[in-house]
Design a protein. Structure first.
Length: 313
């Protein structure tokens, strides 16, 4: 009887220090799960260090190791999408190479799908130990905000690390949008999901590629990808300020008729002009964000470009 296969997708960007640790750890887990066949699919996302050469060496000595190398850095979202498209397993999981996604949870995740009837098992951190306090604060605020704005529920602390059946993977692959926010896409496709909680684990080696600014941009991607509330907000703000302007005009006319038109008052006038101008630019920025997403979607550019794979070695 043919064994079922699990595909382990690992996006990599400058992870030469972490890959050996990850390979040793995932090999220990796969050796314990002997009833299953494994493949390790590493996605080299335009790394500038020795990541690709390390993956080539592993692919030569271990047939389970596959890799896809991009022509440049396309981002983690593109790497995950490429992995999902190229994975051959009956079950597919996404993991980070830095071991912040503990491979030790994989047997429990597989058992939940196989024995409890779940379609996908996700993981979420219950603590953010080791993270800067300001990053943790904004992360919590982001999840509160997006869950109020979007019809798709996103779990606070959710990781990209999850195990999915082939049906779930095919559903995600069918969403071919260019501007991808995978946490939202995982929620959008639905299916019966179980969540496993774990405490935050620090990187085993290397440095994080996610600065506060990159995380902020990523959060904005998520909001614009799964909610049109900001557009409605811009309209509401515009209406409110139109009404306030009418009230102000009436006030000025009445005041001028009663008390005359003194020269004083220009500082408050300048403050009002700056305030209204700022609101206008803010609303135009919101509209610009959605317009730019539409523009990129209509170009139909590829999400990623493959330069080489393990077959070329």
């Amino acid at each position: 009887m043919k064994k079922e296969k699990i595909s382990v997708i690992v996006p990599c960007y400058n992870e030469e220090k972490a890959i050996p640790y990850f390979y040793d750890e995932i090999t220990k887990i796969s050796d314990k799960m002997k009833s299953l066949e494994f493949e390790y699919l590493f996605i080299n996302d335009g790394s500038k260090d020795n990541t690709l050469n390390i993956l080539k060496e592993y692919s030569k000595k271990d047939k389970r190791v596959r890799f896809i190398s991009f022509s440049r850095n396309f981002g983690k979202e593109a790497a995950m999408y490429a992995g999902l498209k190229e994975a051959k397993g009956d079950y597919v999981t996404l993991m980070d190479a830095d071991l912040q996604d503990p491979p030790s949870l994989l047997p429990e995740m597989y058992s939940a799908i196989k024995n409890e009837g779940y379609d996908t098992v996700g993981t979420r951190r219950v603590t953010r130990k080791g993270e800067p306090p300001i990053r943790s604060f904004f992360a919590r605020m982001f999840y509160k905000l997006i869950n109020k704005m979007s019809k798709v529920e996103m779990v606070d602390g959710a990781r990209d690390y999850r195990l999915m059946t082939r049906q779930v993977v095919d559903a995600i692959i069918s969403l071919e949008e260019y501007n991808r926010y995978s946490k939202g896409l995982f929620s959008f496709v639905g299916f019966n999901t179980k969540w496993i909680e774990f405490e935050n684990v620090e990187r085993v080696a290397g440095e994080t590629k996610w600065s506060f600014w990159k995380l902020l941009i990523y959060a904005l991607e998520g909001i614009t990808a799964f909610s049109t509330v900001p557009l409605a907000l811009a309209s509401v703000i515009g209406i409110i300020f139109c009404l306030l302007s009418l009230v102000a005009i009436l006030f000025i006319i009445i005041k001028t008729l009663i008390f005359g038109d003194p020269v004083s008052g220009w500082p408050s006038l300048v403050c009002i002009i700056f305030l209204v101008s700022g609101i206008q630019l803010f609303c135009m920025g919101i509209i610009g964000q959605y317009l730019s997403k539409t523009y990129l979607e209509t170009k139909k550019r590829p999400i990623y470009i493959i330069k080489e794979t393990e077959k070329d070695v």
